[in-house]
Ligand binder design. Sequence first.
Ligand code: BG6
Length: 369
Amino acid sequence: EKGGWSSFMAKEVSEEPEAVANTIRGRVHEGRVVIPELDGLDDLFADISRIVILGAGTAAYAGLVGKYAIEQWARIPVEVELAHEFRYRDPLVGPDTLVISISQSGETMDTLMAVKEAARLGARTLSICNTQGATIPRESDAIVYTHAGPEVAVASTKAFVAQITALYLFALHVARVRGTMGADDQAAQIEELSALPDKIRWVLDNEQERIEQLAHWMADTRSVLFLGRHVGYPIALEGALKLKELSYIHAEGFAAGELKHGPIALIEPGQPVFVVVPSPRGAQVLHSKVVSNIEEIRARGARVIAIAEAGDAAVLPSADEVLRIPLAAPLFEPILAVVPLHVFAMGLAEAKGLDVDQPRNLAKSVTVE
Ligand code: BG6
């Protein structure tokens, strides 16, 4: 089943382009996103006044990315919460709330119990799930499947990019229903989305070997930090989670703006820090602030590995390594920036001789609360 791959994870990372392409397929018609599974729910989408996204682990980080697109395009306020935190705090949700759960397996007990609690409180529920007929979609009012294909490795990779894709499709579908987005804008976003599979493939074709080499050199590292801002922030969290899960190395993700409020105290000579750099073609202020962060940590001896778009020269003077991603509109960068981080975590675990498919103490789907 692994084919010629060294692990299921190696196979699944190589399938990230198809995971995105297959999740988009059949959901774009004449320059508009129309998700057939959401047919008949227009009234619901017109009526809701807020969205709460729930998940655990990687799925929750996909939710954090999705918040930006839903708020920007569909103009509905979105909160993202860990399912297990939501469940036990007497949450304020009701009929005006759409609760979106995200789960690759569709069986995570923490997420399932949170969905049931939301339904009990009168919220409408929508499941984003990769497994046909799983429990969480069966318990939900509506389902948008991700089509990443079966994911065997315990730590989630291709499902993550498919989850963000599904959330973006959902945002575009709802924006069309609510009339919050012009037809030209909708068409432009669809074009960006549809271009992602080739761009992910570009990252794998052009950077994978170099990242694996870097991971090999870093096999004895004891701690790695990840910084990101805006949509790059959840990607920093995901990069850190994947490294913890696969290589058992201490890793933390931070919002780059928080650096001066605490994490900068951790910087000492030789400390590796991955920095997800926003495009200079997006909000210029975000780009220059993150470049300043790189300069600040570099001045304190950090070893900076920047993930930056092709042609961004501002990172060159202070970064020790620059991993390139193709140009994309800012909201679409996370789906590209996460690819080098998945490759890195996997490469480092392999360099340490660890089982990347079955990390110690973890299970693919945790069916206890
Ligand atoms: C954890 C897995 O147990 O569950 C993670 O180790 C995963 O990789 C998380 O992200 C959530 O799983 P699911 O199936 O609900 O997306």
